[in-house]
Design a protein around this ligand. Sequence first.
Ligand code: C2E
Ligand code: CA
Ligand code: CA
Length: 727
Amino acid sequence: MVIPGEAPFISASSDGFSPTDSACRILLVDDDVALRTTLPHVLAQPGRSFDQCGNVQEAIARLESQHYELILLDYRLPDGTGLDVLDWLAGAKRDEAVVMISGEDAIDAAIGALRRGADDFVRKPYHVAQLQRAVQNALHKALLERANLAMSQRLKGSERLHRYLVESSPDFIFTLNTGGQFTYVNPRVETMLGYPRQYLIGKSLAQLTVHEDIGRVDTMMHEAINGSRSNQSVELRLRRRDPGSGKPGSSAIPVALNVVPIQGRNPNGPGEVPVGIYGVARDISDRKRAEEIITFQAYHDQLTHLPNRILFKDRLELAIAQAQRRGGLLAVMFIDVDRFKLVNDTSGHSEGDRLLRAIAQRIRDTLRKGDTLARLGGDEFTVLLPDIAHEHDAEIIARKIHAALEAPFELKHGSFRTTVSIGISVFPRDGEVAEMLTQHADIAMYQIKRGGKNGYCFFQPDLNQHHQERITLEHELRGALERNEFALLYQPQVSLSQRRVVGMEALLRWQHPKLGLVTPDTFIQVAEEIGLIGEISRWVVDTATAQLAQWRKAGFDKLRLSVNLSSHDFDRDETIARVQNRIEEHRLSNDCFDVEITESVMMRDTDEVVARVQRLRECGVGISIDDFGTGYSALAYLQKFPVSSLKIDRSFVSDLDGPAATPIISAITGIARGFSLHLVVEGVEHAEQAERLRRLGCDVMQGHYFSAAISAHEAERWLREPAALIH
Ligand code: C2E
Ligand code: CA
Ligand code: CA
């Protein structure tokens, strides 16, 4: 650091303090030449050197060009007196020691010389020893004076340094008296807190301190003054000047305050006592802000800024403790967004993020102030209702949440409707600790998911059992492909008019090691939910196309085969691409391979889905609408999608006597004819049904009346000897 205009420290070695080790120049001013030659011998000592001259002018000339430690100055000189030299020295502010040597006996001369700054006066004639002593004393005195000067300069420098450091410090530095009042404040206080320095003198530190922190200031003062702790550090908030009143206002900044007692003479006895406090307050706003951000991030979800799992658990535990004390109820909700993955997969993650934020906002708006909405990650949220009078209250909130989500969300690709599944657990009935309540709400949520999503449900103890089973199922399903536990069965489709098998539907089975043959209704949805359906579908496509190729090679070249795809398979390209590849590989492009999809796929109607269905159609794959008549029956999609066949749902067959079945079946046969679509009726169980359906215009039938789903080997018999098998 450079101190303006001041060398801060004078090093000890430049003081010239020791009389022996530093060079000592002595000037002899005397017109007596003999004396000038003898004196150097008389006064010789190591380190001493001598110059000489004989009059005032020469003396001044010497002095102008040279500094001396000592001048031996004759009083009477040819061109004046020694007093003239003394005057010159005084005028030039020189610090040479002077010993006046003179034959004058007048005491006046001596006094005059001493007054004008000579250090000693030796009268001629003198003893050599006398002169030697005078020279020694003068030199010693001069050295002491110089040392003194150096010391005081050093002090001045150091004082200036410290003043500079204090005044330009980025910290607020102050001193307090024992009453806690400011006796000094540095200029920094003006920018830090806004007060003029003078305003604060005499005010107390407590007046500047935020109310809640005053206790800390008192303790700190007390400890510093009473010496129980000499150096302390506390964090507190200092109030800024209110621009209106000029007094301490409500805005404050956090500071780290360090204080040490100032020691002073004890007025009542020996030794020192604290007479005040020296304090340094550092503005720690930035650090505090950084700390706040870090804490916030540790307890909040980055995306939605909602509390995260950790904070939720904290609040839940607190709420449980309070409810226990009160003997009250609380509720935990587990909320999962239905089909959220779809948005992420089709519109991209940034749109997915936007949707999550918007959902969070709407849910939050339905809650009261004391409730907590947290995001556990992904599309999972939890809600804590810390104080409900009745479990019915939780139900009301769940309905409100559903209502709040009813209006569509505007996303980049258009508006999107979303629903959520809500599971609810209630303290103390469903659990008395946080984990239990959250887990049970989660289980209840799964129940809703399984039951078709978009609803709410309270936890029931037997759900737990289901939940465990479900977890096991998921686990086993994940390994099923690798363990080769899947198999395809084939169900023949018979043309009554041609009396032969015109098609087969491939139906999936899971050969479970313990449960035996498991039908797809039990596991397809689970596979969809855990993201496994794509891999399974691709296995189905591989197996079915290979089987069809084999049958066609064996000569059954009019046979059609269909597989079922999940609507999830149309969210991505992989399965569609796989169908294309296998069709090319096995040369099945001449409309002999069908993909069965439900109307729900058609209703999705996004550009991507339409494009994927079209791609299949373009490579010669038939598109068959499964369970036709049960879904939306909005036939507009028949024009938009390149559909090639319809499968009349078996519910119409089993209810042929009902009022609606007959007109609907005739309508469907009409549509099929109008659009030139293949038509298959499923679930035909009796001869009578087959006959009635035939009369309603149906020809191709599938159902237990003909055959259940059977192995490829058994199915082949149907191809070889249809006449023997068809009734
Ligand atoms: P679906 O596509 O409607 O298949 C027809 C279902 O009706 C089959 O059940 C079949 O065994 C059954 N069925 C056939 N004839 C009769 C009958 O006369 N009476 C009765 N009551 N039922 C009959 P399955 O094999 O259990 O398949 C159930 C559903 O699982 C299928 O319904 C289909 O939606 C799905 N599924 C089957 N295989 C696959 C597959 O490989 N992939 C996908 N994604 N879904 C599949
Ligand atoms: Ca089907
Ligand atoms: Ca069906």
